[in-house]
Design a protein around this ligand. Structure first.
Ligand code: OGA
Ligand code: NI
Length: 345
């Protein structure tokens, strides 16, 4: 039987199997990528609950307008929580195939599942990635579904989830305030929110110039907090070119998702990003996707709509949006186009 997971195929191949090879016009062009050390703003959150709040909110607002991406330091999540998360993630992907396959599923609606590429049922070209997706909020609804091997998996991941939720909520306050909205605006707009995470595992790749770990896409949710190990791979589209983001230990990379683009009525953009792979090293990245509840109604904030800024999106439920996102596959044309008001389509 053919390997279900890429990690069980990758170690035995010297060239990329044809179903992973991108068409010539859609390859990473690694030589044209900006290798900047200061690719996206780095924001120090120290003093957010005190003297520096105003300054930090300004910095976050500027980063959201100009990049859609920023990194945060001094976020109050202890190094040990982050280190344990990365360690247990690596241990999971190093388990024997039979053990990992216990949670394999190709159904995007399953709340705990190991899969490969993006959506194997609908995509034409595969991506050089395996991933474990977990729903994480409320924890007690999902934790029992998670892998029980490695033995500390549930405990380490739950601790990480609780911490990241706290950080996401503070960032959403800052983002709301930076738009001139009440600080709890975003948190209220989400309804009974969701928190999902992916543990992405990118094995070394014999021909990284032919394929992607993840092709260019914008995230469909509200905000994403990405933790990565020390291997580079994330690239962000800025000013017409791809910019590599250099890994910094114990730092989170934050990006605006499609739903903030909608609520902000396009003041903030959900920006294209992608992951490339390399010949030598496996890479682990762990995005936390903070989402509206499926029945939350999303629309531009009324405070951001006036005669000069007509609403650019129609009202929709997040369920409607999310379904379109998974069906269309990762695509540089945003799912948002399907929800534009007709006069601006
Ligand atoms: C994602 C994503 C980037 C990375 O999972 O949505 O953009 O560096 N990941 O793995
Ligand atoms: Ni993404």
């Amino acid at each position: 039987m053919a390997a279900k997971l890429l990690s069980d195929l990758a170690s035995g191949v010297t060239c990329v199997p044809s179903n992973y090879v991108r068409p010539v016009h859609d390859r990473p062009s690694l030589d044209q990528v900006e290798p900047s050390d200061h690719s996206i703003p780095l924001i120090n959150l120290h003093g957010f609950d005190g003297s520096r709040r105003h300054e930090i909110i300004n910095q976050i607002g500027l980063a959201c307008q100009n990049y859609g991406f920023f990194q945060v330091q001094n976020h109050a999540i202890e190094d040990a929580v982050i280190d344990n998360m990365l360690k247990v993630a690596r241990e999971f992907f190093h388990l024997p195939e039979s053990e990992r396959l216990k949670c394999f599923s190709e159904d995007p609606l399953k709340t705990t599942r190991l899969s490969t590429s993006f959506n194997v049922k609908t995509e034409e070209v595969s991506s050089w990635r395996d991933y474990l997706r977990l729903h994480c909020y409320p924890l007690e609804d999902y934790m029992h579904e998670w892998p029980s091997n490695p033995p500390s998996f549930r405990e380490d991941v739950a601790e990480y989830c609780r911490n990241v939720k706290g950080l996401a909520e503070r960032l959403l306050e800052a983002i709301s305030e930076s738009l001139g909205l009440e600080k709890d605006y975003m948190n209220r707009a989400l309804g009974k929110h969701g928190q999902h995470m992916a543990i992405n595992y990118y094995p070394p790749c014999p021909q990284p110039e032919l394929t992607y770990g993840l092709p260019g896409h914008a995230d469909p949710n509200v905000v994403t907090l990405l933790l990565q190990d020390d291997v580079a791979g994330l690239q962000v589209f800025n000013n017409g070119r791809w910019v590599a983001v250099k890994p910094m230990p114990h730092t989170f990379i934050v990006n605006i998702g499609d739903q903030i683009q909608v609520v902000s009525n396009d003041r903030y953009k959900s920006v294209l990003h992608r992951a490339v792979v390399n010949c030598d090293k496996e890479r682990i990245s762990i995005p936390t996707f903070y989402c509206p509840s499926y029945d939350a109604v999303m629309e531009p904030a009324p405070q951001l709509v006036d005669d000069h800024h007509p609403p650019l999106y129609r009202r929709f439920t997040y369920a409607e949006f999310y379904e379109k996102f998974w069906d269309r596959g990762l695509n540089t044309r945003s799912s948002l186009d399907l929800f534009k008001t007709t006069s601006h389509a």
